[in-house]
Design a protein around this ligand. Structure first.
Ligand code: CU
Ligand code: ZN
Length: 176
């Protein structure tokens, strides 16, 4: 019957227009805001992938060298020093470590370090396990991302001794 065929076609269209696997096909983005008197700018893109989140960073204006890079608890970049973003995102109430922690234990927000070259540029493209964008394990949407002045030693508690906060961004879900 013609009517049924139209109904089926409409249902198929409706199914196609839903995000595939709803909770696991989301992207997010954080635009970095300079803090603590720095000139750091950049963007962090997040993509939900199997078992984690792919993170792509492009940042400029950094001192050459290694810089601690974390997801912090609060999506609040209002303070001039970035402290408003709170501590490391740590829903599992575990110890600070790095993303390649041999025990697998780390703060969910422990993303390790970014390496800035002699021109002050840093980029990164890697998958971090144990987090999701929204609706999965340890969701990061609405939280903050911070790049620090110093290197995260991946062991000092509770912050990796990474120093001040050079830039802060709020992680917001995007529709693209
Ligand atoms: Cu941090
Ligand atoms: Zn940490």
């Amino acid at each position: 019957m013609q009517t049924n065929r139209i109904a089926i076609a409409l249902m198929t269209l409706a199914a196609l227009s839903l995000p595939a696997g709803a909770a696991h096909a989301q992207n997010a983005r954080a635009d970095l805001i300079a803090k603590s008197g720095s000139k750091v700018k950049g963007t962090v893109l997040f993509e939900d992938v199997k078992g984690g989140v792919r993170v792509r960073v492009k940042a400029t204006g950094l001192p050459a060298g290694m810089h601690g890079f974390h997801i912090h608890e609060k999506g609040d970049c209002s303070s001039g020093d970035g402290i408003s973003a709170g501590g490391h995102y740590n829903p599992g109430n575990t110890r600070h470590a790095g993303p390649d922690s041999p025990t697998g234990k780390r703060h969910a927000g422990d993303l390790g370090n970014l390496a800035a070259d002699g021109s002050g540029n840093a980029s990164l493209n890697r998958v971090f396990k144990g987090v999701s964008i929204l609706g999965g394990k340890n969701p990061i949407a609405g939280r903050g991302v911070i790049i620090h002045a110093g290197e995260d030693d991946l062991k000092s508690q509770p912050t990796g001794n990474a120093g001040g906060r050079l830039t802060c961004g709020v992680i917001g879900v995007t529709t693209d």
